[in-house]
Design a protein around this ligand. Structure first.
Ligand code: NAD
Ligand code: ZN
Ligand code: ZN
Length: 358
C-alpha cells in the first residue's frame, strides 16, 4: 500500500499537567545522515510519567523541550537523506533513544546516553521529536536493525526498557545458580523478570505495591513468587531462599524502602543493581553491604552495541517483549494511553499504527 508522505503531521506533546495533547507539526525531509521513519509502535516509559507527564521535573538530559514525546519507537524507513551508509528504504528499525554527538568518549563507547556534548546530545521525545507521531526523523547512527522474527512492538520496547534491563543484568551477571529479586513490577520490572528467566534464573521473586502489577507478573508466569510491598519483605524473601536471601537483586521501583529491601534481602557475596530512577536511599553500609561482601551497581540505559546484541538474543531465546503490552492505543487516543500508564493499572502501554494496531 503506497501512501503519500504528508507535509504536516499530528504528534503528541506532554504539557506537564497530567495530559497528553495532539499538536500539528511540520514534517521536514531527512537531511544528511538522517532517515524518515514511518512509526509503527511507540511505547510509554515510566520515566516519561515521572519527569514530563505530571510536571516538567527534568533538568539537563531529562529536560523536556516541548517536542513530540515518545522515546521508545520502532518503525520502517520511508526514505533516507544523503550520506546514509547502512540503512535504506524498507528497513525495519529500532531507534536508540538518545542521539549523541558521536565523537565524545562516551559516544565512541556506544553509550550515547552519557554523551558529554551539551550542544549535540538530544534524546528523542525529550529534546528532539520522538515516536508519538506517524513519522519521525532519526539519525542513521542511532538506528538498530529489527530482526524479521520480532514485531515492531517488540522492537519499541528494546529502545529503552529492555535495553536498560539487559545492561543492568549484564552488570550483575545472571545464571541458573541465582535466585533473583525484582523490586517494582512495572514494565521495567516485568522486562527484568522476562530476561532473567531467559538467562537461566530458576527462582524469581517480585514485589510491588500495586495488586494489578503482582497479578500480571504471576499470570504471565514471569515470577515464581510475588509479594505485596511491605515491611516484612526481607524476612519473606529469606524464607523463600533457605534463610540466605537472593544472589541477585534489581530495583525497578525507585522507592527508597524497596531499594533497601533489595540490598538487605541479598545474601553474602551477592550483587544488586539500581535501575529505578529518582528518590533517595539510606542504608547502613557495614551490616547491609560491607560485612556481607556485597556489590551495588547503578545502571543507566545501555549502549548501541549491547542493544543490537539483545535484539539478536531475543530471537535466539524465542521471547517477545510485546507479550508485556497489555494495552494498545491509536494516536488519537494518546491521552488515554498516558493516563492508563500513570495509573499503574496495566502492563506496558503502547501507541500503535497500521498492522501493530490490529
Ligand atoms: N536506569 C535507567 O536507565 C532507566 C531506564 C528506564 C526507566 N528507568 C526507571 O525505571 C523505573 C521503572 O520504570 P517503569 O516504566 O517500570 O515505571 P513504573 O512506575 O510503571 O514502575 C515502578 C513500579 O514500582 C512499584 N513500586 C512502588 N513502590 C514500591 C515498593 N515500595 N516496593 C515495590 N514496588 C514498588 C510501582 O507500584 C510500580 O509498579 C522508573 O523509575 C523509571 O524512571 C530507569
Ligand atoms: Zn525510558
Ligand atoms: Zn557524545
Amino acid at each position: 500500500m503506497k501512501t503519500a508522505i504528508p507535509d504536516r503531521i499530528q504528534g503528541a506533546i506532554l504539557p506537564g499537567d497530567s495530559t497528553a495533547e495532539l499538536k500539528e507539526f511540520e514534517l521536514s525531509k531527512p537531511s544528511h545522515g538522517e532517515v524518515l521513519i514511518r512509526v509503527k509502535a511507540s511505547t510509554i516509559c515510566g520515566s516519561d510519567i515521572r519527569c514530563i507527564y505530571h510536571e516538567h521535573l527534568g533538568k539537563g538530559p531529562e529536560g523536556y523541550q516541548g517536542v513530540i514525546a515518545g522515546h521508545e519507537p520502532a518503525g520502517i524507513i520511508e526514505s533516507t537523506g544523503p550520506g546514509c551508509r547502512r540503512f535504506k528504504k524498507g528497513d525495519r528499525v529500532v531507534v536508540y533513544h538518545i542521539s549523541g554527538c558521536g565523537v565524545c568518549n562516551d559516544c565512541r563507547r556506544g553509550y550515547m546516553i552519557s554523551c558529554t556534548n551539551e550542544t549535540y546530545r538530544r534524546a528523542y521525545g525529550w529534546q528532539r521529536d520522538g515516536g508519538m507521531a506517524p513519522y519521525m526523523i532519526a539519525e542513521e547512527k542511532d538506528l538498530l536493525a529489527l530482526p524479521d522474527e520480532l514485531s515492531y512492538l517488540d522492537g519499541a520496547q528494546v529502545a529503552c526498557g529492555f535495553g536498560t534491563v539487559y545492561e543492568g543484568l549484564e552488570k550483575i551477571g545472571i545464571c541458573g545458580n541465582d535466585a533473583v529479586l525484582i523490586t517494582g513490577l512495572g514494565p521495567v520490572g516485568l522486562a527484568t523478570a522476562m530476561l532473567a528467566k531467559a538467562l537461566g534464573a530458576q527462582k524469581i521473586i517480585g514485589t510491588d505495591a500495586l495488586e494489578p502489577r503482582l497479578k500480571i507478573a504471576k499470570d504471565l508466569g514471569l515470577c515464581d513468587h510475588v509479594l505485596k510491598a511491605g515491611p516484612d519483605n526481607v524476612s519473606e524473601i529469606r524464607a523463600l531462599t533457605g534463610g540466605h536471601g537472593v544472589e541477585r537483586a534489581i530495583d525497578c521501583s525507585a522507592h527508597p524502602a524497596a531499594r533497601k529491601t533489595a540490598i538487605q534481602a541479598t545474601r553474602k557475596w551477592g550483587r544488586i543493581v539500581l535501575i529505578g530512577e529518582g528518590n533517595s536511599l539510606s542504608f547502613d553500609p557495614s551490616p547491609d553491604m560491607i560485612h556481607d561482601q556485597k556489590t551495588l551497581f547503578g545502571s543507566w540505559v545501555t549502549s548501541t552495541w549491547k542493544m543490537e546484541e539483545l535484539l539478536e538474543r531475543l530471537v535466539r531465546w524465542g521471547i517477545h517483549p510485546a507479550d508485556l503490552v497489555t494495552h494498545r492505543f491509536s494516536l488519537d487516543r494518546v491521552s488515554q494511553a498516558y493516563e492508563l500508564m500513570s495509573s499503574g493499572n496495566c502492563g506496558k502501554v503502547a501507541v500503535c499504527f497500521d498492522e501493530e494496531l490490529a
